[in-house]
Design a protein around this ligand. Structure first.
Ligand SMILES: Cc1cc2nc3c(=O)[nH]c(=O)nc-3n(C[C@H](O)[C@H](O)[C@H](O)COP(=O)(O)OP(=O)(O)OC[C@H]3O[C@@H](n4cnc5c(N)ncnc54)[C@H](O)[C@@H]3O)c2cc1C
Length: 391
């Protein structure tokens, strides 16, 4: 049994893999390398309760520092891995430290996509991925009145909801015809758009951003239809990109992320990958998929740990995800891309319903609004179907 396992990326997948290795009795060396100076923490509250000041930093932590120490997990926090050399099985950190490995797990997640707009370098223009981002945005919010959010995806809409609750003026600019267009049916977008409008969000859909404007500090955002929205803070919430630079230079096979098999093995021996930075072939959906969710980070981390211990499992989950906006909970089971028909169950006016997405007779996915029971049942129902839904 190899005795030295290294995990690059001290996030949701990284710590879950370390925990699983110890739970399965691995008694060799585990080294966790994290670019952030924080111990591993959960990100979902960063755009929700933590942004609103309703949650302490302690509660964000996925494992107490004492637990990590007690489990004999060595950490290099605040250190970025800059090189992974499969030939010598060595990782180099940004302070020059060399860390040898027998097996390594890459769990480097994603980073926020940046938009190269005029004046995007002005103070007050932000992205949101980590604790430090939320702290900086929170500090700015103490003085700010107007918040402009570029991008009507999950993070954009969650921040809109949190910041409206704090009494700020909020504009959301979305280039598509509707918010969340990439992930939910028009009915769900329409429901959430109404929710946000009723809470006073200025929703600007089907319009692009031409420039950010300011003088020493951001002041407004110019839109492609010639109008502008005032802004003391601009949040660029334009999606995320997998962090795969190490993997690229190490010669791993890549698509949108690091390609792994169903046991989280990469194309290079002794190198595994898990979480947001990966893509894998889903027999269930008949295509290569990449998932950015807590569910996938945790489940893939467990699969990777088993695989590193020589007990490969076949990972092919029913993906699931949630988003909280105001008092509304959206839960998604499965992947809806490729649907040809939807069915609505429940009552949209009463704010408790599910949209069921089908391809032929096969249930691909279910979006549930304020109905956790329907969500749990949907996960079971999709799981019970034969694989190769082939959207
Ligand atoms: C604001 C926000 C809200 C979210 N809300 C939800 C939600 O409601 N529901 C849900 O399911 N998911 C949500 N997510 C997504 C979820 O948090 C991610 O899917 C999950 O964190 C992925 O885990 P991961 O371990 O793959 O990556 P991460 O948790 O991002 O961890 C990766 C870590 O690797 C580090 N790293 C990167 N490169 C290096 C390097 N070279 N050397 C060392 N360290 C490195 C990074 O700094 C980071 O700490 C949210 C994400 C964000 C940002």
């Amino acid at each position: 049994m190899p005795s030295s396992f290294v995990i690059i990326g001290a996030g949701q997948a990284g710590i879950k893999a370390a925990e699983t290795l110890r739970a399965k009795g691995f008694d060799g060396t585990i080294t966790l390398i994290g670019a952030e100076h924080w111990h591993p923490y959960q990100r979902p509250p960063l755009s929700k309760a933590y942004l609103k000041g309703e949650m302490s930093e302690d509660r964000l932590l996925l494992k107490a520092p004492d637990w990590i120490k007690g489990a004999g997990i060595d950490t290099h926090l605040g250190k970025r891995a800059t090189r992974l050399d499969p030939a010598t099985r060595t990782i180099t950190l940004d302070d020059g430290t060399e860390v040898p490995y027998d097996k390594v797990l890459i769990a480097t997640g994603t980073h926020a996509r940046w938009l190269h707009l005029d004046s995007a370098d002005l103070p007050g223009v932000e992205t949101l991925r980590g604790i430090d981002d939320t702290r900086r945005i929170g500090a700015r919010l103490k003085q700010a009145h107007n918040v402009a959010i570029i991008g009507g995806g999950f993070i954009g809409m969650e921040v809109a909801s949190a910041v409206r609750t704090m009494g700020k003026t909020v504009s959301v600019v979305e280039a598509q015809e509707r918010i969340l267009a990439r992930v939910v049916a028009p009915e769900v977008s329409a429901y959430l758009e109404t929710l946000h409008s009723e809470h006073g969000v200025n929703l600007r859909t089907a319009v692009g951003v031409d420039a950010i404007v300011g003088n020493g500090h951001v002041q407004s955002v110019e839109l492609s239809d010639g109008s502008a929205v005032d802004a003391d803070i601009v949040l660029i919430a334009a999606g995320a990109e997998p962090t795969i630079d190490l993997a690229f230079h190490a010669g791993l096979d890549l698509a949108r992320g690091i390609i792994v098999d169903n046991a989280c093995r990469t194309s290079v021996p002794h190198i595994y990958a898990a979480g947001d930075c990966t893509v894998f072939h889903s027999a269930r959906y008949g295509r290569l998929i990449g998932l950015e969710s807590v569910q996938n980070a945790c489940d893939q981390a467990k699969a990777a740990a088993a695989s590193m211990l020589g007990e490969p499992v076949a990972y092919d989950p029913v993906p699931w995800f949630w988003s909280d906006q105001y008092d509304t909970k959206l839960q998604i089971a499965g992947l809806s891309a490729g649907y040809d028909r939807i069915e609505t169950v429940g009552s949209i006016p009463e704010g408790r319903f599910s949209i069921r997405y089908y391809a032929g007779g096969t249930l691909l996915a279910v979006d549930s609004i304020n109905d956790p029971r329907a969500h749990m049942m949907a996960r079971r129902e999709i799981a019970a179907q034969p694989p190769a839904l082939a959207a």
